[in-house]
Design a binder for this molecule. Structure first.
Ligand code: X2X
Length: 338
């Protein structure tokens, strides 16, 4: 966070000195200049809805708050920006709970393979007990998560080498996964060959053949034009993931309460709008992706789930998260996992 001269003068003189300069429609520098980062391009609903929230916050605070957006991993890959957030160099950061688990181990729990049957379950869980549990874990580390998680979506598998139809097609398959122990563990259970990379490196890794595939919701395939480097899309729906809007508790605590309230209110409202946008995109994009040459198939999820169970994936993660967290997850999805 950067405090400007205006705020320093205003606090030093209780506004007396600053007042004469407030005249006649002059554009003033904001009192609080905050940096927000994410890994998505400006065309993704996350950034469209973020821009709306920022404009409303600016208006409501009378121009005191300026939030600068650094989209598309401009400040570095996700794991680097997480360090910048902890150090205070970045004030807000959208991050996958699974990647956040490199710092907050239990944060990845929503990503357990084939846990959620659909969006109704996801939002009930993430706006309910499961989300509350995870936000509590996040707070223990000096970071804060806004109450409403943003959507990334149910993840699908893309390849340059043909469709994934059964778990056998994943054996030895060179797949990029985000940097997270849960992702690596899941693809190890599938006997694939997972490579952990931040999203910033994915396009090049696919283009140069370092990996043959990746997995992401359709909206990400579309905004990043992954059809240029991928051919098949297998609708594996193997996990749901979102983005927590994180802040650093120290820099957040330096903001006056009314400003905190304005920021919280508008970002949480924008999260709800963004969820609708992303769900509509993920449900409606197949046609666009097909027009761009991608070929779709819809594998039966059951054999994939069975393989994870056979390989001890669910038992292992139940042990890692502990009984309390696991029973919150099972309560949210309404069935025993594994
Ligand atoms: O890195 C990814 O694949 C992405 C964009 O889905 C996440 O942020 C987890």
């Amino acid at each position: 966070m950067k405090l400007t001269r205006r705020s320093l003068m205003a606090s030093a003189s209780a506004g007396l000195l600053a007042a004469p300069f407030l005249g006649a429609g002059k554009a003033l520098a904001a009192d609080y200049t905050l940096k927000l980062a994410n890994n998505q391009p400006l065309t993704h609903p996350s950034n469209i809805r973020t821009a709306e929230a920022i404009a409303k916050i600016k208006e409501e605070t009378g121009g005191k708050v300026e939030i600068q957006v650094f989209p598309q991993s401009q400040l570095g890959g996700d794991t680097d920006v997480l360090s910048q957030l902890r150090g205070g160099g970045v004030d807000f950061f959208f991050l996958s709970p699974l990647i956040l688990s490199t710092l907050v181990p239990n944060a990845s729990i929503n990503g357990i393979g084939f846990a959620f049957s659909g969006y109704d379950q996801v939002w009930a869980a993430m706006d309910g007990e499961l989300g509350k549990f995870v936000r509590g874990e996040i707070e223990k580390t000096g970071l804060l998560a806004m109450e409403k998680i943003w959507d990334n979506g149910f993840r699908q598998t893309s390849t340059s080498t043909g469709p994934i139809e059964t778990p056998a097609d994943l054996v030895n398959f060179k797949i990029r996964v985000p940097v997270s122990p849960l992702w690596t563990s899941m693809y190890t259970a599938f006997e694939a060959a997972p490579t952990s990379l931040n999203f910033a490196e994915v396009y090049t890794a696919l283009q140069t053949g370092v990996v043959s595939g990746q997995e992401n919701p359709l909206a990400i395939l579309s905004v990043y034009k992954l059809w240029e480097v991928q051919k098949n899309v297998s609708m594996t729906n193997h996990m749901w993931d979102g983005f927590w809007l994180l802040s650093n508790r120290r820099s957040w605590g330096g903001l006056p309460e009314d400003i905190q309230e304005s920021i919280t209110k508008h970002f949480n409202a924008s999260a709800i709008d963004q969820r609708k946008d992303v769900q509509a995109l993920n449900e409606g994009l197949r046609g666009e992706l097909e027009k761009n040459g991608m070929v779709f198939n819809e594998p039966d999820p059951k054999p994939f789930q069975d393989k994870l169970a056979e390989k001890g994936f669910y038992a292992e993660w139940k042990g890692k998260y502990g009984d309390e967290a696991w029973s919150i997850l099972e309560g949210a999805v309404g069935h025993t996992l594994g």
